[in-house]
Ligand binder design. Sequence first.
Ligand SMILES: CC(C)(COP(=O)(O)OP(=O)(O)OC[C@H]1O[C@@H](n2cnc3c(N)ncnc32)[C@H](O)[C@@H]1OP(=O)(O)O)[C@@H](O)C(=O)NCCC(=O)NCCS
Length: 171
Amino acid sequence: MLKGEKVILRALKREDLQRQWAFNNDLEIEVLGGGDPPEPQSLERLEAEFDASTQKGGRDGTSFAIEADGKYIGGCALFHFDQIAHTCEMGIGIGDRAYWGHGYGRDAIRVLLDYAFRLRNLQKVWLTVNSDNERAIRSYERCGFVEEGRMGVLREEWEARFAGGQVLEQG
Ligand SMILES: CC(C)(COP(=O)(O)OP(=O)(O)OC[C@H]1O[C@@H](n2cnc3c(N)ncnc32)[C@H](O)[C@@H]1OP(=O)(O)O)[C@@H](O)C(=O)NCCC(=O)NCCS
């Protein structure tokens, strides 16, 4: 549906599920992807989820299969839309290692950003990435993403700073 120089972004097909299942059970890919902790997934469950979703009809939304050389190599998506601010999150995962580091991710992201800004009228696309995922960070930077910052507080820091941390009155 959306054509780049190296990839096509299209709807996921049932025949892609075998490869998707292998990607979903590949610990390295799951950890690199960040997000939810890795959990095993059976092919039956993946197929059932796909079938339930397709039986509803309609459209496939903003999740795309990434196809290169006629093969399903991974997926990318836009989600967490904020309809007021016109922002959304982007996620991408190429599961086929043979396609890492050769510009396929960059091509898919550029196509997805073009779609997001010109066809969905978004003002901002954001993402999160593990700080040690240098390949992903490099690819994102080449597509125009800039680091906006990171803030957080650890439980022990909070406890040390606020004398045990308890604020709520009990009873
Ligand atoms: C992240 C991902 C989409 C990037 O796509 P890709 O096609 O592999 O990356 P690209 O080829 O577009 O860009 C990678 C860049 O990093 C460089 N690179 C490759 N391997 C690298 C490594 N091990 N360390 C640092 N840089 C690396 C490449 O040279 C390239 O830079 P360049 O274009 O300036 O030469 C893909 O690798 C992937 O899905 N990986 C597994 C899951 C994952 O990490 N998902 C991201 C979750 S946030």
